[in-house]
Design a binder for this molecule. Structure first.
Ligand SMILES: *[C@@H]1O[C@H](CO)[C@@H](O)[C@H](O)[C@H]1NC(C)=O
Ligand SMILES: *[C@@H]1O[C@H](CO)[C@@H](O)[C@H](O)[C@H]1NC(C)=O
Ligand SMILES: *[C@@H]1O[C@H](CO)[C@@H](O)[C@H](O)[C@H]1NC(C)=O
Ligand SMILES: *[C@@H]1O[C@H](CO)[C@@H](O)[C@H](O)[C@H]1NC(C)=O
Ligand SMILES: *[C@@H]1O[C@H](CO)[C@@H](O)[C@H](O)[C@H]1NC(C)=O
Ligand SMILES: *[C@@H]1O[C@H](CO)[C@@H](O)[C@H](O)[C@H]1NC(C)=O
Ligand SMILES: *[C@@H]1O[C@H](CO)[C@@H](O)[C@H](O)[C@H]1NC(C)=O
Ligand SMILES: *[C@@H]1O[C@H](CO)[C@@H](O)[C@H](O)[C@H]1NC(C)=O
Ligand SMILES: *[C@@H]1O[C@H](CO)[C@@H](O)[C@H](O)[C@H]1NC(C)=O
Ligand SMILES: *[C@@H]1O[C@H](CO)[C@@H](O)[C@H](O)[C@H]1NC(C)=O
Ligand SMILES: *[C@@H]1O[C@H](CO)[C@@H](O)[C@H](O)[C@H]1NC(C)=O
Ligand SMILES: *[C@@H]1O[C@H](CO)[C@@H](O)[C@H](O)[C@H]1NC(C)=O
Length: 760
């Protein structure tokens, strides 16, 4: 980057030295005075140029002395024959101020190249008079703090082949430095208003990139006759709307087209099949309806096809066998029906196959499991059946087959699937044993086999997986005693979320494995990061990058909750509805970051350990339907994030602690314990409520007795209500469309190689 810039500065000098002997005409007076007045219209201000190589080029501009010829001025380039100023490069020159409509810049009508990048034009409008510089072929206004609309007049610059308006308005979000000929880069510019359709018609334009300008509106232009040379159009995440016209098929030079995250509606015109140069086609996250046109089968060069999150329906009726170059095929989140076409097996280059959340039905073709290049297979939430043979998919990183009708046993694999990070088989009818070969997939972070019919002992052999964070075995036929790390040498060193509920485990609670949570080095918890896998895939000069968030379902706070993302530091233990016996070990208080603990519906005895009061992050505690006895320890009132609390149907006695969160729990949290008394139960304790403090609740009463008027009930509710809301956020219950959208769209398509993308 810096090398390149120096080169740019050397060029004018070079030009000067070599042109000296020849008789170069002097600069025209009107142009030199126009330049000087243009210089005067700005304040020289160091903070106007963020570029480290910046310096005020205009400082050398003066009419007196040897340097009076404006053609020798820094940044000025003249035509050798006519002496007219044809190039002006004032990039990174500390210019601060605005360019008005009467600016003398517009008198330089011979300009072919104008670069004002890295100056500060004080959020003013891009002057429409630029349209009068009709000879311009190159215009660079990147990083210039212009705001507002691109004037329509700019689209009338018929000679213009390269326009860079990148990264205006919000410097900090500009991430890309791009070098290109015949290109228009406007992405991330905070543009708003209507996009001039004429720009699509610029005869020399090859690249049109306006992505990430959410307030920029427009529609796909309906030009019947068009000799466009556009090769790349990226309207991703802008406010473009309307239908895609049939004339779209006229953009025959297109190699890459992205309109993801816009508001395009209507059906996909079959003329899209005329864009036979397409390598990359991304129409995801719009409201496109109707069938996928069969003409897509003509796009034999296609490597990326993204249609996810639309309302497409009907079967996959185009000839997949033609699309042998496909590396990414994502149809998730539509209403597609019918069987999965066998043609998929011919797509041997596939890295990503996503068919999630559709209405596909029938047997899933076994041949697809021969795809040894697949990194990501997500066929979740369909009506698919059959058996699963993943053993040969040795490149697999992510496998989601959840919520289908798959059945049968999983064969033990002869090959190791060494790249596997996430596997979700949830909500099928799998039986038999968990494949032991998973213990060789040392990258594994998440295993979800909930809601199946696995009949196996606890997979303690997974305990050597160094990265395993989630283990969800809920609602299967797992049985037997769970041997702990000391007995088995399996540590589960990274496990954060475990769900063993609704199985037939017996013996003591296996909690020792989690005691290392104290010593776990945790990343900065204030920074929200999610458990996710990263995948990238390339075809030619195009490159795709996916951040795939792990999803899960947990029963938390009495609700079945679908988590679209799982925070790295979320900690939860659900061992409910088994036949665990014995006491709750007091070292449970060591599991410091625990946010959810559900031990309900077991055969637990003994007291509730007061050390649970040390689990200060706890949001949900369910110990109901056991045989616990003794009092509810007053230490539990220290749990200020506790939103859900249930000790019903035990053999607890004594008075219910009160204060803080405990004032918000209702009687159903406590019922079915014959010995319990006090609010919110109707049974009164035999000592009157506050006059004779019980030993176990004395601190409590002291607290609230300090100032009964200032620290009244309402304030308590509001104060701890905040904790409650905080808890919800931390627990990350996310179900909105918007976040769902984020989850699936982290497929960001980027070009590489051709333009040295530097991501800062
Ligand atoms: C210099 O430019 C900055 C913007 O980069 C502006 O905030 C500041 O007021 C300017 N200073 C002067 C003296 O104009
Ligand atoms: C920058 O814009 C502000 C607000 O419009 C204005 O007050 C100020 O004079 C402008 N500064 C320059 C140097 O143009
Ligand atoms: C341009 O017009 C503004 C008012 O819009 C005025 O203040 C300024 O002096 C004018 N500049 C020139 C160079 O005429
Ligand atoms: C700029 O072009 C417009 C027509 O597009 C014309 O009316 C105007 O006079 C031109 N201005 C100058 C300074 O040439
Ligand atoms: C625009 O100018 C800046 C600064 O000189 C440069 O880094 C950038 O590459 C230019 N953009 C184009 C498309 O030439
Ligand atoms: C594709 O282009 C050909 C001519 O190049 C035209 O005859 C045909 O109608 C076009 N097909 C579609 C579906 O637009
Ligand atoms: C395959 O592509 C060829 C053009 O290369 C086309 O004629 C044919 O109809 C396509 N087949 C299918 C099934 O789409
Ligand atoms: C698809 O694959 C099958 C089996 O490998 C093969 O018989 C068939 O010819 C292939 N079709 C095409 C169009 O390549
Ligand atoms: C997996 O590969 C083995 C050879 O390693 C082969 O015998 C078997 O048929 C393959 N299974 C599937 C489902 O492709
Ligand atoms: C793990 O991999 C090793 C080496 O490939 C192999 O010998 C062993 O059988 C595998 N273990 C399981 C349980 O598949
Ligand atoms: C689990 O499998 C064993 C045989 O391995 C069988 O005896 C037992 O009945 C099965 N349990 C359930 C609940 O199906
Ligand atoms: C709670 O933790 C503190 C140290 O953090 C310890 O001193 C205390 O004994 C613990 N309380 C219980 C009840 O375990």
């Amino acid at each position: 980057m810096f090398m390149l810039m120096r080169l740019l500065y050397i060029l004018p000098l070079f030009h000067l030295i070599h042109s000296f002997p020849s008789k170069q005409p002097l600069c025209h007076d009107d142009e030199s005075s126009a330049l000087l007045q243009f210089k005067k219209s700005f304040i020289i201000n160091k903070s106007a140029s963020s570029d480290p190589d910046a310096y005020p080029k205009v400082r050398s501009w003066r009419l007196e002395g040897e340097n009076s010829d404006c053609c020798s001025w820094d940044g000025v380039d003249c035509d050798e024959d006519t002496g007219h100023v044809i190039g002006l490069d004032l990039s990174s020159s500390y210019l601060y101020g605005s360019i008005n409509s009467n600016s003398t810049l517009f008198r330089l009508v011979h300009l072919r190249s104008l670069n004002l990048a890295y100056n500060h034009f004080n959020y003013s409008q891009i002057p429409s008079q630029l349209g009068n510089l009709s000879r311009l072929t190159y215009l660079n206004l990147s990083y210039t703090f212009f705001s507002g609309q691109i004037p329509f007049e700019v689209s009338k610059l018929s000679q213009l082949s390269s326009l860079d308006l990148c990264c205006n308005f919000d410097l900090s979000s500009g991430k890309y430095f791009l070098q290109f000929k015949q290109t228009l880069y406007l992405h991330d510019s905070g543009m708003h208003g209507q996009f001039p359709p004429g720009i699509f018609k610029l005869p020399n334009l090859r690249v049109l990139d306006v992505k990430y300008n959410q307030d920029l509106t427009g529609s796909w232009p309906d030009f019947q006759y068009l000799s466009s040379r556009l090769e790349e159009i990226d309207l991703g995440s802008t406010g473009f709307t309307g239908e895609l016209p049939i004339s779209m098929g006229n953009f025959g030079s297109l190699i890459a087209l992205s309109i993801w995250g816009c508001n395009f509606s209507g059906s996909i015109p079959s003329s899209i099949g005329n864009l036979t140069n397409l390598i990359y086609l991304e129409l995801s996250i719009n409201t496109l309806v109707g069938n996928i046109p069969s003409s897509i089968g003509n796009l034999i060069q296609l490597a990326f096809l993204g249609l996810y999150d639309n309302q497409l329906s009907g079967p996959i009726s185009f000839g997949l066998t033609n699309l042998t170059q496909l590396v990414v095929f994502d149809l998730g989140g539509n209403h597609l029906t019918g069987p999965i076409p066998f043609g998929l097996m011919n797509l041997t280059k596939l890295n990503v196959l996503c068919l999630w959340k559709n209405k596909f039905e029938g047997q899933f073709p076994i041949s697809i499991f021969k795809q040894t290049n697949l990194y990501l297979l997500d066929i979740s939430a369909n009506y698919l059946s059959g058996t699963l043979f993943i053993c040969n998919m040795t490149s697999l990183h992510i496998l989601y087959v959840s919520d289908n009708y798959f059945s049968g046993s999983l064969l033990p694999c002869l090959h190791n699937i060494l790249e596997l990070r996430m596997i979700s088989l949830r909500g099928n009818k799998f039986q038999g044993l968990l494949p032991r070969s998973l213990s060789n997939s040392t990258m594994l972070e998440a295993i979800d086999v909930s809601n199946n019919q696995f009949n196996d002992t606890f997979p303690s052999w997974l305990g050597n997986l160094p990265n395993l964070k989630l283990l969800l075995l809920r609602s299967n036929k797992f049985y037997g005693q769970i041997l702990e790390s000391l007995e088995t040498n399996y540590q589960f060193p990274n496990l954060r979320i475990i769900d063993l509920s609704y199985n037939s485990f017996i013996g003591r609670l296996p909690l020792k494995s989690f005691r290392n949570w104290n010593t776990l080095k945790l990343d900065n918890e204030s920074h929200l990061s999610y458990i996710q896998a990263e995948i990238s895939s390339s075809a030619g000069t195009y490159h795709m990058y996916y951040e795939y968030d792990y999803t899960m379902q947990l029963r938390n706070k009495g609700l079945d909750i679908a988590y679209d993302k799982v925070q790295e530091f979320f900690r939860a233990i659900d061992m409910s509805s088994n036949r665990f016996v014995g006491e709750i070990p007091s070292y449970i208080g060591d599991l410091k970051r625990l946010r959810m603990l559900n031990l309900s519906n077991n055969i637990l005895t003994g007291h509730i350990p007061p050390s649970i009061g040390n689990l200060t992050m706890l949001e949900s505690l369910d110990l109901s339907q056991n045989r616990l006895s003794g009092e509810i320890p007053s230490q539990l009132t220290q749990l200020t994030f506790l939103e859900w609390f249930n000790v019903s149907h035990n053999q607890l006695a004594g008075s219910i602690p009160h204060g803080k969160q405990f004032d918000t729990f209702e009687n159903k949290s406590f019922m079915g314990n014959l010995g319990l008394c006090g609010n919110p139960l109707s049974k009164k304790c035999w000592v009157s409520d506050s006059s004779v403090p019980l030993p176990s609740t004395s601190k409590q009463i002291q607290d609230s007795a300090v100032s009964p008027f200032e620290f009244g009930w309402k304030i308590v509710l509001v104060g701890y209500g905040f904790g409650l809301i905080f808890g919800v956020i931390i627990g990350n219950i996310v179900a909105t469309k918007k976040l769902d959208w984020l989850m699936k769209t982290f497929g960001i398509w980027q070009r590489t190689q051709r333009n040295n993308v530097t991501i800062s």
